[in-house]
Ligand binder design. Sequence first.
Ligand SMILES: Cc1ncc(COP(=O)(O)O)c(C=O)c1O
Length: 437
Amino acid sequence: MPFSTTRSQALFERALQVMVEGGSSPSRGPANYGAYPLFIQRGQGSHIYDVDGNAYVDWMMAYGALPLGHAHPLVVEAIQEAAATGTLFAAATEIEVEVAELIQQLVPGAERVRFANTGTEAAMAAIRLARGYTGRPKFIKFEGHYHGWYDDFLVNAHPHPPVSLGHRRNPVKIADSSGLNRRALEDTVVVPWNDLEAVERAVDTWRGQIAAIITEPVMANMGVIPPAPGYLQGLRELSRAHDILLILDETVTGFRVAPGGCQEYFGVTADIATFGKALGAGLPVAGFVGRAELMQALEWGGVLHYGTQNASRVGLFAARASLRELARDDGAAFRHMRGLAEHLCGGLRDLFAQTGTAAIVQHVGPMLQIMFTDRLAIRDYREFCAHVDRARYQRFAWALFEQGVYMTPSAALHSVVTLAHTEEDVQRTLQAVGRVL
Ligand SMILES: Cc1ncc(COP(=O)(O)O)c(C=O)c1O
């Protein structure tokens, strides 16, 4: 049967009558998907199926929120159990203690755990906690890093033309949205990533005023950009020397690169780490963790963090099932994911070489992204903006849809290998990529 998406098209036209861009987030609409997005109907294991009946190997996996894949039986069973016994009490529950204990066992430095609903909320609370605890107003945020849609973070998180970025010693702050609080970015110090000297200069300039450095440990909102060797350790030493808190935003990397996230993977301990996506195995569960003495500042709302939906019971049942599965057999799930990612990346590189395509693949553990570029590596936001052909990537991803492979259509996002993926999925994908190239 020829590839057809007429039902998606019709649904999109209907959606436009009730929703802006036909959906609830710009990343799901025409900005990433062209004329209209594919409407997904169901998912099973490593595959998704759209409303026209097309099947795809899914490498996007809800932005990595599904480390076990779609509709994993243990997660389904857990959700059913929770739903059948009461979805929300907004009161103390045993499941909350159990999942916090699991996190404490898996994540280095997680002496205390606080649950939220989204990565945005966790990062917001982490910054407030850092300001409240240190009594300092400013924080360092890196170019190209995304920490959610809270006003204070919404700067230089989207790709822009290189000429608009200013000098790297004094980056131009480019707000990512209209409507921000007038002073929201005043205390946000923007610095290029993977450059310790730049951070030293900023700390020197704002001596005694910086509460925290917040960083994605792997840059995951400009494709996949790994930290330079020793960079995260350098941030750790520098922040400690100046009594600045180090916040690792593990929304993307947590429970994905290793059971203990990037703290375990790169051997660096943060003061506060935030989690989202993979924690809830498809349900909105997020959280932040840290030293007991520091987290204690939340007591009695001293540093305020509230939420009717915090520690969602259904979400935590799913989280418990997922974390147990991920932690099983000494992290066998992570070995599976990393192994398949190596095969996929190796196969892609071979195809680029065979077809003479100017492209690279960057990856960390199970996270990977293809970048159409003549560079051997992309090391930061500025290089991404200047040297990655994003339009070409988008055409490539759309062409892959027709071949039954679903990678994110945005060059700034990435693909992720899950426990549900198989060697057969890798081989099918490589054949599809070969045809598209
Ligand atoms: C590193 C990082 N932090 C925070 C967030 C925000 O998470 P959420 O979309 O759950 O609010 C994201 C979302 O993509 C992210 O990539």
